[in-house]
Every structure is written in structure tokens, then in C-alpha cells.
Write a protein that binds this ligand. Sequence first.
Ligand SMILES: C[S@@+](CC[C@H](N)C(=O)[O-])C[C@H]1O[C@@H](n2cnc3c(N)ncnc32)[C@H](O)[C@@H]1O
Length: 265
Amino acid sequence: MLRHAYSFFWFAVATNWIAPVFIAFVLIATGCRPNRTDLDTDHVVRQVWEMDDVAFGDIVQFENVFWEPDDTISLRRMIIDDNLVNGRDVLEIGTGTGLLAIVCLQNGADSVLATDVNPAAIANAKYNAAMLETEKNLQLRLVPKSSQGAFDVLRNDEAFDVILSNPPWEDGTIHEDLDHAFYDPGFALMDSLLQGLPKRLRPGGRCLVVYGNVSAIKRLREQSTARGIGFKILDERSLDDLEENFLPGMLIELTPKPLDAETDR
Ligand SMILES: C[S@@+](CC[C@H](N)C(=O)[O-])C[C@H]1O[C@@H](n2cnc3c(N)ncnc32)[C@H](O)[C@@H]1O
């Protein structure tokens, strides 16, 4: 009799609440998450990268998506060590695997809007953000091939506290999606960034870009100066001492003059 009462007690407890709570606890603790039907799982994984700068997991790189974390070492240090994005709305142009966007969200950014012209990159960034649970304040937008300007996917009223980009570094022709990581045909992306910056950067905001190509940096300096945009290299190295292509990438701050509220918008 006592044995039956004992079994019944455990059956009742287990079926009412202990079992569901226990199972949910085990699933969460072991990292099992509900199936995600919104993630694009058609892509081949090229490699999985462990990064000290990324908390709680690894960065997955899909096939045909750019990966060279040495490009952005100094930019990641500014985000992590110098509080660059804490409490701020960030735009990242050309997100690739989502590395910088995720580092921004893990270091206190209020929101990140990240764009890319390569559909595999958008799927890759979405996947990484989901796996690292940094999706909540992340928006991803695919830039259409027909209109690839730096700010072409933004609404007219969208502006940001911080604008970041590790854009393609060289002028060249696009044959396949991965080429967008390396080539900026006619430097149209660079020029559209400079053109739209005064409108898209909020007063007091910061725009930081990374280049590792001497000619591109000299061109950026010329074009910035011609448009009245402040250009400052945040790096100890001198362009004269560097090879045409070099790593790590060089961090450059672009500072537009504030817009005249009446005439420039
Ligand atoms: C050098 S990769 C940098 C990727 C990533 N931010 C990183 O640092 O690992 C440049 C990225 O910009 C994207 N891109 C090129 N042209 C673009 C455009 N017009 N608009 C948005 N993204 C673009 C490329 O597809 C590529 O993912």
C-alpha cells in the first residue's frame, strides 16, 4: 500500500510540473533551442572561427562570405575597450559574417542596422546573430544590385550615432557575389558614403572606416577634403612606409560638418 502511494505521488508530481520544468531546464542548459524555420540553412559552412572578441560562441563563415578579422582589429578594440557604441544606434555598411555588428551588440549598442549587397552575407549574419543570441536589436538589410549606394536602403529619416564600415578596398569588376568584398567598382561605394554622411550621421556622431590599401586611403583623403569632410588616420603607421595592400587595416575617422538645417536636408 505504502509503495503504491509513493509511486502515485511521484507520478502526480512528475506529470504536473516537475517533468516539464525539468525537461525545459535540461534543454536550455544543454543549448538546445527550438527549431528556427526563419534561418536560411541552404548555405555551406566554410569554417567556424573562435574569436576572443566575441562572447558566448564562435563565428560561422558561410561559403562565399568574406573573412579576414585582421582587417578590423583596431576597430574592434575601439568598440570593446573605448566604449564606442554603448547606448548608441549603429549603422554597419557591409557586414559580411556579422562580426562587427555582433561585437557592437555585445558591447552595449542600443541598435545595429547592418547592410550587405551579398545575399549569403545577410543570411550568414542572421545565422550568427541567432546562434549568439544577439538578434534582438539587430536589423539586416540586403542592398539591391540595382542601387548599391552606401545609404540606398535607408528610409529618408534614418540617421545614426555611429557609422562603421570595412568596405571593399580596391576598384575592380564584380563577377560573383564574393567579389563585392574586395572590389568597389569606380569607388562608387566610397563616394556615396562621403556624399550621404552629413545627412546620415547625427550631430556629435562618429564615422569610422577601415582600409588596408594605400591608394584607396589617399583617394579617400582627397575626396573627403574636396567635400569638406574631416579625415583623420587613427593609426601610428605612415602610408609612405606601407606596401600597397597591408594588414591590419588602418582605422580612419570621417567627420562631416554639421548640416545647415534649412538648406541641406
Ligand atoms: C571587406 S568585407 C567586410 C565584411 C565584414 N564587415 C568584416 O569586417 O568581416 C566588405 C563587405 O561589404 C559588402 N559590400 C560591398 N559593397 C557593398 C554595398 N554597396 N553595400 C553594402 N555592402 C557592400 C561585401 O559584400 C562584403 O561583405
